[in-house]
Design a protein around this ligand. Structure first.
Ligand code: FAD
Length: 460
């Protein structure tokens, strides 16, 4: 029987990061994957969506071209080429990750892994069963689309199906206004689909925005301007396929929405079944695997990382957890700290958030100051024609440190990392504002918001 110091089940961003880091720290590692290396993120999540959204963004930019003196009278798009490019991006990255694993001597095992006992994994491969021993086991099996309404893949879709749609539906109802729902709404509406998003909670992006907060209102208006209709505080009770390309969605307020297709994006189901967790006595909590800050389960030498432990289902969270688990196994004193976990919605423009919102900080009884700045007041935003949006920083007035930030606007995904660096390192908001930021750049929006928080802004 083959023996390893670390065996990882699942090769998504959590699993491959753990395998690479463990190998770099001198461990003999095997990784087991039943589908493609790269997991959900690379094959059915972060990357293919962003490749599609980039095509949508370029299409929209060219459509707006006359504003910039660019004339394009015969603008059209070719979905086949868009999907071809998406596939190439995914394949290139997948090859890259396989290379990184192989370069370090990580054994890649193709098949479905199951804990055989507390120190070995049984792999169900195409050619039969194989059991390998692992001194330490890391469970990184991720998640799949939750199936609230049974998808048929043609009329009622999950995100997996939506990524492969080779025609833009004339009309689309999206169930769920979370990040995934909003990104697909952006993509399909860019190419002309009439999109209605239905959300049972009271606000769009409900895990990121409190109801009617300044940024949420601005974000909702922006979606509306794009032609995306949003219905919040209402549930879809029933979905009926009335024929090919005819779906009726019955809402809790009695309304019935007819559309060509329905995309159900109401969260994710964690991949926990068939892993032998119960038999081994791995403890669960809140629907996921319980772990401590060092990603250790209750069973010695068994770790769990990524989506399977719940919390924010984000690739960078999974990756960080993978690194931490590997370091803990290698004897380092690493641990997770979830205070600074940025999150981005890749709408047009983007929405990014880290730490506490104004309302969350107030609910904790914190004394806060808020600094803000509009993209409309930024020179580069005007040059780009990207004047929509706002940056807000929430500051703990006792420590003068940033407690959180929300940025809605172009390149928010890049700017939020600057806030994360400041938060992680306890840099005071005034000190971020004092740093010279290049002019003209969108990053000046964040600098101005930080200055505003300490009453030192000069452009407002
Ligand atoms: P996964 O990526 O799900 O990988 C788990 C792997 O384990 C899979 O490859 C699976 O096949 C394998 N596996 C499962 N069971 C077994 C078994 N028994 N044996 C062997 N292998 C097994 N996150 C972001 O941060 N940014 C984004 O922009 C973003 N966009 C997204 C867009 C969409 C449409 C979706 C669906 C998700 C998106 N996410 C995004 C979320 C992100 O993809 C996940 O949080 C991330 O992939 C989780 O990583 P993971 O390693 O925990 O699991």
């Amino acid at each position: 029987m083959e023996e390893y110091e670390v065996v990882v089940i699942g090769a998504g961003p959590g699993g491959y990061a753990a395998a690479i880091r463990a190998a770099d720290l001198g461990k003999k590692v095997a990784i087991i994957e039943r589908r493609e290396i790269g997991g959900t993120c690379l094959n059915r999540g972060c990357i293919p969506t962003k490749a599609l959204l980039r095509s949508a963004e370029i299409y929209e930019m060219v459509k707006k071209g006359t504003q910039f003196g660019i004339v394009n009278e015969n603008l059209s798009y070719d979905l086949e080429s868009i999907h071809k490019r998406k596939k190439e991006v995914v394949e290139r990255l997948r090859t890259g990750i396989e290379f990184l694993l192989k370069k370090r001597g990580v054994a890649i095992k193709k098949g479905s892994g199951k804990l055989a006992d507390r120190g070995s994994v049984e792999i169900d491969t195409k050619t039969g069963k194989e059991t390998i021993r692992g001194e330490n086991l890391i469970i990184a099996t991720g998640s799949e689309p939750a199936q609230l309404f049974k998808p048929d893949g043609k009329n009622v879709l999950t995100s997996d199906h939506a990524l492969e749609l080779k025609a833009i539906p004339k009309s689309l109802v999206i169930v769920g206004a979370g990040a995934i729902g909003i990104e697909f709404a952006t993509y399909f509406s860019s190419f002309g689909a009439k999109v209605i998003v239905v959300e049972r909670l009271e606000e769009v992006l409900p895990s990121l925005c409190s109801k009617n907060s300044k940024v949420a209102v601005m974000f909702r208006r922006s979606l509306k301007r794009r032609g995306i209709e949003i219905k919040t505080g209402v549930r879809i009770e029933n979905i009926e396929i009335k024929g090919e390309g005819r779906v009726a969605s019955k809402l809790s307020n009695g309304e019935v929405l007819e559309s060509k297709k329905v995309l159900v994006s109401v969260g994710r189901r964690l991949n926990l079944t068939g892993l032998g967790l119960e038999e081994i006595g791995v403890r669960m909590k809140g629907g996921g695997i319980w772990v401590d800050k060092k990603l250790r389960t209750n069973v010695p030498n068994i770790y769990a990382i990524g989506d399977v432990i719940g919390g924010s289902l984000l690739a960078h969270k999974a990756e960080k957890e993978g690194e931490v688990a590997a370091e803990v196994i290698a004897g380092r004193n690493s641990k997770m700290d979830y205070r600074v976990m940025p999150c981005v919605v890749f709408s047009h423009p983007e929405f990014a958030s880290v730490g506490l919102s104004e309302n969350q900080a107030k609910a904790r009884g914190m004394e806060i100051a808020v600094g803000e700045f509009l993209f409309a007041g930024n020179g580069k935003a005007l040059c780009l024609g990207e004047t929509e949006g706002l940056a807000r920083v929430v500051v703990d007035t006792k420590t003068k440190e940033i407690a959180g930030a929300q940025i809605f606007g172009s390149d928010a995904s890049v700017m939020i990392s600057e806030v994360a660096v400041a938060m992680e390192n306890g840099i005071k908001v005034g000190d971020v504002g004092k740093v010279v930021h290049v002019h003209p750049t969108l990053s000046e929006v964040l600098m101005e918001a930080c200055k505003d928080a300490v009453g030192e802004g000069i452009h407002k």
